[in-house]
Design a protein around this ligand. Structure first.
Ligand SMILES: Nc1ncnc2c1ncn2[C@@H]1O[C@H](COP(=O)(O)OP(=O)(O)OP(=O)(O)O)[C@@H](O)[C@H]1O
Ligand SMILES: [Mg+2]
Length: 603
């Protein structure tokens, strides 16, 4: 080995630069972050040739005093922290005091700044920062010009991608920064063409405008706004409704105390909140802002500051998960203005039917009669079709809808008028036509009820008149035997009767009437698949989801109008009803205007 030597400043800085600035966009990130830390309200970014030829960031922040300009370019020089205590609660984006020196070591950098009376320009050559400090013309604020990036580190330059790719990265970076500060105006020009012009937002509407410009208009149209607070945590932002999912996690923005970061704990909490409303393999979109006590988060864990470490991951996970979970659980269509009594009037039965009675409804023909007898609105049969008949267009139907409007409010999902292919319920509501996937909707209703009752007291079981033998594999029989207790909490009473068979004595009451053998086999398969032995509680939702699937109305099942209306009312009372357990939509609405437009009918 050669002799140990101290590296020259230039080389040391170039090595350090490798960590901080590896692409043009990371230079932009550092410079814009400096502008934000300096209190800028307007930030202009200019790019030429994908940032390789020129990167220029101009701001109207506090500026740098003339006697500190040279210092600003020195290694480990910062105005943002002074001692270890400051490092414990960092409230600025920068704090290491190495960005400018790193950038200056791998480019031709010019720094112009006006702090008070006059502006000064500094153009260091090979880290000799004293050489060229001279007066300049510049308004209040700072401009940093970076030319010929990586001109003296050919290895780094070799790894750069095409100009277009590098520019796209810069643009994405500016968008992230713009989402972090709605109150700051940003412009971005590429090769003299203005590509982004975001004015500072003063009110909520402007924020939405920026969100629309950055995330696309459909995101905002399909997003839920949330704003939750606990003693020292706050989360707000927009999350996509589950039917607006993406094939890649490419529309996910997380800001912790104003800093864009990637964080595994939060990513997991988000995934869990979406787990039973999102279609398999799809990703949610979100723009989320988490605010914590500065002392509860360490930002000094990654050279590019893209990661943070929380003092208590569990608390963060619980808080984020619960905020998203309840936002996603919001009932839709909103029933706030539609009291339960009105729903009861319609179904003509006990208030807030539980799922047991729904199963009763769906498996008994008596309910239809009952509902008709009890309901002051005997419209279920009068209004629409006699189930399966075809007088949808008759006048009586139209009159009844109108007169019914006068007497009682139409529930959000309206009243059933027909069933299509035994799979879809067609209903008429105040807006127009509602189409419901009966199986998907019922699956969600059963699933939510299963979760609720499981959490409260475990599922109630009901003895089978004749216990049923189920042939399984030896592993499955072992599992059934070993986990008798867990099974009983799920409402199953099982006995092993041979090496490869189980006897089912009791089933969850909520699922009676379904194919017992298939159900038990599927649950055992789930248990094996999820290797449930030690983590039944973690995966219980998968099992309950499997059970819900078995307990739900199957396609090709003819429903009466009363049954259909009951299902619609249940939907209005159910959390997360917009998607089935697999993330597919359960219903869709077509307004009269849309229908008129389609038929080119003016009103
Ligand atoms: N646009 C600017 N306006 C005002 N002051 C600035 C600006 N850019 C840099 N500075 C000053 O120069 C100092 C050095 O900047 P530099 O980016 O190198 O370090 P930092 O921001 O303190 O920490 P980090 O390396 O983590 O970014 C800053 O602390 C700040 O005082
Ligand atoms: Mg900085």
């Amino acid at each position: 080995m050669s002799k140990i030597r101290i590296l020259g400043t230039q080389l040391a800085n170039q090595i350090a630069a490798g960590e901080v600035v590896d692409r043009p966009f990371s230079v932009v990130k550092e410079l814009v972050e400096n502008s934000l830390d300096a209190g800028a309200r307007h930030i202009h970014v200019e790019v030429e040739n994908g940032g390789m030829k020129l990167l220029k960031v101009r701001d109207d922040g506090t500026g740098i005093p003339a006697d500190e300009l040279v210092l600003a370019l020195g290694r480990h020089s910062t105005s943002k922290i002074y001692d270890l205590v400051d490092l414990d609660a960092i409230g600025t984006l920068g704090f290491r005091g190495e960005a400018l020196s790193s950038i200056a070591s791998v480019s031709q950098l010019t720094l112009i700044s006006k702090h008070s009376e006059s502006a000064w320009l500094l153009q260091p050559e090979n880290c000799d920062t004293t050489a060229s400090l001279r007066p300049a013309a510049h308004p209040q604020g700072t401009t940093v010009e970076v030319r010929e990036l990586f001109y003296n580190t050919p290895a780094r330059r070799k790894f750069l991608r095409s100009e277009v790719t590098e520019y796209n990265n810069i643009s994405a970076c500016i968008k992230r920064l713009a989402l972090s500060r709605f109150d700051v105006a940003f412009t971005l020009t590429n090769n003299d063409r203005l590509r982004l012009d975001l004015s500072a937002s003063e009110k909520c509407l402007d924020e939405q405008e920026r969100l629309r410009a950055i995330c696309g208009p459909s995101f905002l149209d399909n997003a839920i706004y949330l704003n939750n607070q606990s003693s020292n945590l706050m989360i707000k932002g927009w999350i996509s409704i589950p039917t607006f999912s993406r094939s890649q996690p490419d529309l996910q923005y997380l800001f912790v105390n104003g800093r864009y970061v990637k964080d595994k704990t939060i990513a997991h909490a988000v995934r869990q909140a979406y787990q039973d409303v999102l279609y398999k393999g799809r990703h949610p979109a979100f723009v989320l802002y988490l605010e914590t006590d500065l002392r509860d988060v360490d930002v000094n864990v990654h050279p590019t500051k893209h990661e943070v470490r929380f003092k208590d991951n569990k608390v963060i996970h619980r808080f984020v998960h619960s905020a998203l979970d309840s936002a996603l659980a919001e009932r839709y269509p909103k029933t706030d203005n539609f009291s339960d009594t009105r729903v009861d009037l319609v179904v003509g039965s006990q208030p807030k039917r539980d799922i047991m009675s729904l199963v009763d409804i769906l498996s008994s023909h008596r309910f239809g009669e009952q509902a008709d007898r009890n309901s002051p609105r005997k419209k279920c049969d009068i209004v629409g079709l006699k189930s399966g008949s075809a007088d949808f267009f008759n006048d009586q139907h139209n009159k009844d809808i109108v007169s019914q409007d006068d007497r009682e409010p139409i529930p959000p999902l309206g009243f059933a008028v027909a069933q299509l292919r035994y799979a879809y319920i067609l209903a008429e509501n105040a807006t127009g036509l509602v189409i419901v996937d009966a199986h998907a909707a019922h699956e969600r209703i059963v699933y939510e009820e299963l979760k609720r009752t499981y959490e409260q007291q475990g599922l109630v079981s009901q003895p089978l008149l004749v216990p049923q033998g189920v042939v399984v594999t030896e592993t499955e029989a072992d599992l059934g035997e070993r986990h008798k207790e867990e099974f009983s909490k799920l409402g199953f009473v099982l006995d092993r009767i041979s090496s490869e068979s189980l006897l089912v004595r009791e089933l969850p009451a909520i699922l009676r009437g379904c194919d017992t053998e298939q159900l038990v086999c599927d649950i055992l398969a789930d248990l094996i698949h999820y290797d449930i032995s030690d983590r039944l509680s973690e995966e219980i939702h998968h099992i309950l989801s499997t059970m819900a699937c078995h307990g739900s109305v199957r396609v090709n099942r003819k429903l009466t109008l009363s049954e259909m209306n009951s299902l619609l009312r249940q939907m209005e009372q159910t959390e997360r009803i917009n998607q089935c357990n697999h993330g597919r939509p359960t219903w869709a609405e077509f307004s009269l205007e849309e229908i008129d437009k389609y038929f080119m009918r003016g009103r």
